[in-house]
Design a protein around this ligand. Structure first.
Ligand code: SF4
Length: 483
């Protein structure tokens, strides 16, 4: 839906995921539409749904495009199983279970699957308010979301049950975070890094962006309230080994058209590679959504040593001219308001700016006003000011003429017109190249979209303002450009 419509619900004219960028190749609510067609054609064949859309719609959720709550996509689609998150392990297990002829009850034990049932749910499960209760009470919906999100960020979450109609949706806890060996085994598969052969000779815009990129890890522990990554990939970082990444880098050098430049050596947050808690037993009991907000957890090892070592090794591969970091970074991983976090912090920022940035360095303070940043769960804007000063120092010393580009969001819950006026007038942004502002889109299963719909902050159940009027949303965005 995000792919089809802009934040102001206007139909997009192009689609980066289809050949030649043509719009209209897929229906709205594709998971539901395709599943219903399959069920009509082959009613006796079980259908398993997965991917980002199914994952984010696995329980009652707010749908911005219809401006109402929808039940789990299992209800609307008629699918038999829903596999959420990164699906390699549950899909393998489900396939084996089918091969072995397991019965339905046995298959219901497989982690990371969700399904719709009637009758009594499994004992010991965490039972949420029903879909119907959420329809009646925004508070019930906000309470549900708080439970879902807390468990989505725990290492040992509960089985979740949400009643709907005459039955209930059960969401089994996920597999534990993938080990390095499991991550490597996945990337050991013989991927061609090419689009499907049926698209031969056709240009797919999204493919152009990723064809010379490398994924180093999965997950993100930043916990931004508007983001869906943790709901899909989890909070805990799952990294590939250096050997696995280097093997892929070498393969890249043999790809047709590769000129030696890796467009992105990254992940959801590029500089979280290899980062884990110092004491795993604390992480095992942790219920925090973010390891960085409201303040960085002292148990998180924020050293960038392993990442810089990786950059060096990648750059040493024959045939590599540059490895750029196109993914976002979290600067609160190496910078605090008092300065650099440890002895790897400045060397990391220096190499990032001078060796691994193509054009300007793009970063995402998201807003200047701390009262809005609170609702986004982002660090204070003072940190961006500090980053800019350090960036300027590094580029000046190196005699480089390059800039830093900040990204912002308008109309996020908690953001008023006045806040956008303050942003536009902020003196710390003077002289910067500014063209990156995004109007907030409430996607399913984020804290921010729950705030938007319910008018409550699910973390505290206190009221929060959200701009709903499309014209006023437009006005907020336009203020950014009227500086
Ligand atoms: S204990 Fe700290 S490092 Fe570990 S998961 Fe919790 S917040 Fe993150």
């Amino acid at each position: 839906m995000v792919n089809h419509y802009t934040a102001s619900k206007r139909l997009r004219h192009d689609d980066a995921y289809t050949p030649e960028g043509k719009a209209g190749a897929r229906p709205d609510y594709a998971v539901t539409v395709y599943t219903q067609i399959l069920k009509k054609l082959f009613p006796e064949i079980p259908v398993v749904i997965g991917g980002v859309e199914a994952s984010l719609r696995r329980l009652t959720h707010y749908d911005w495009w219809q401006d109402r709550l929808l039940p789990s996509v299992l209800v609307s689609s008629g699918a038999d199983w829903l596999c959420y998150g990164m699906g390699e392990r549950p899909m393998l297990e489900l396939t084996r279970a089918i091969e072995k002829g397991w019965n339905r009850r046995q298959m219901e034990q497989i982690p990371q699957l969700a399904f719709l049932r009637t009758g009594k749910p499994a004992p010991g499960a965490l039972t949420l308010h029903s879909f119907e209760e959420c329809q009646k009470s925004k508070r019930a919906f906000a309470e549900n979301f708080h439970e879902i999100e807390t468990h989505a960020n725990m290492l040992h979450p509960a089985t979740i049950v949400e009643p709907v109609g005459e039955g209930y949706v059960q969401v089994n806890p996920p597999y534990p975070p993938a080990t390095q060996e499991e991550m490597d085994a996945c990337w050991d598969l013989p991927f061609t890094k090419l689009p499907h052969p049926r698209y031969k000779g056709k240009r797919i815009p999204a493919y152009d962006m990723i064809k010379y990129s490398i994924i180093t890890h999965r997950g993100c522990f930043g916990g931004c309230n508007f983001c869906t990554i943790a709901a899909h990939q989890g909070k805990f970082i799952q990294s590939r080994s250096e050997a696995s990444i280097l093997k892929e880098v070498k393969q890249l050098t043999g790809l047709p058209g590769f000129a030696g430049n890796i467009s992105d050596l990254g992940a959801p947050t590029a500089n979280m590679y290899g980062m884990v808690g110092k004491d795993p037993s604390l992480c095992a009991k942790c219920r925090r959504k973010s390891c960085l907000w409201p303040a960085p957890c002292p148990n998180m090892n924020r050293s960038h040593a392993r990442l810089m070592e990786l950059y060096k090794k990648v750059d040493a591969v024959k045939g590599i001219r540059h490895s750029y970091i196109g993914s976002g970074i979290r600067y609160d991983l190496f910078l605090s308001e008092d300065g650099y976090v440890d002895n790897t912090s400045r060397p990391y920022l220096k190499t990032l700016v001078l060796d691994h940035t193509s054009g300007r360095l793009k970063v995402a303070p998201e807003h200047t006003e701390d009262n809005v940043l609170y609702y986004m769960a982002k660090p204070s804007f003072k940190l961006f000011v500090k980053l800019r000063a350090e960036f300027d120092k590094i580029t000046r010393e190196a005699g480089r003429r390059t800039g830093i580009v900040p990204y912002f969001i308008s109309s996020h819950p908690g953001c008023t017109l006045k806040d956008m006026q303050n942003l536009a007038r902020n003196p710390a942004l003077k002289g910067l190249y500014m063209d990156q502002v995004q109007d907030f889109t409430p996607t399913p299963m984020t804290t921010s979209s729950v705030m938007f719909y319910s008018g409550l902050d699910p973390r505290t159940l206190k009221p929060v303002f959200s701009e709903h009027d499309l014209e006023k949303k437009k006005k907020q965005k336009s203020l950014f450009f009227s500086k």
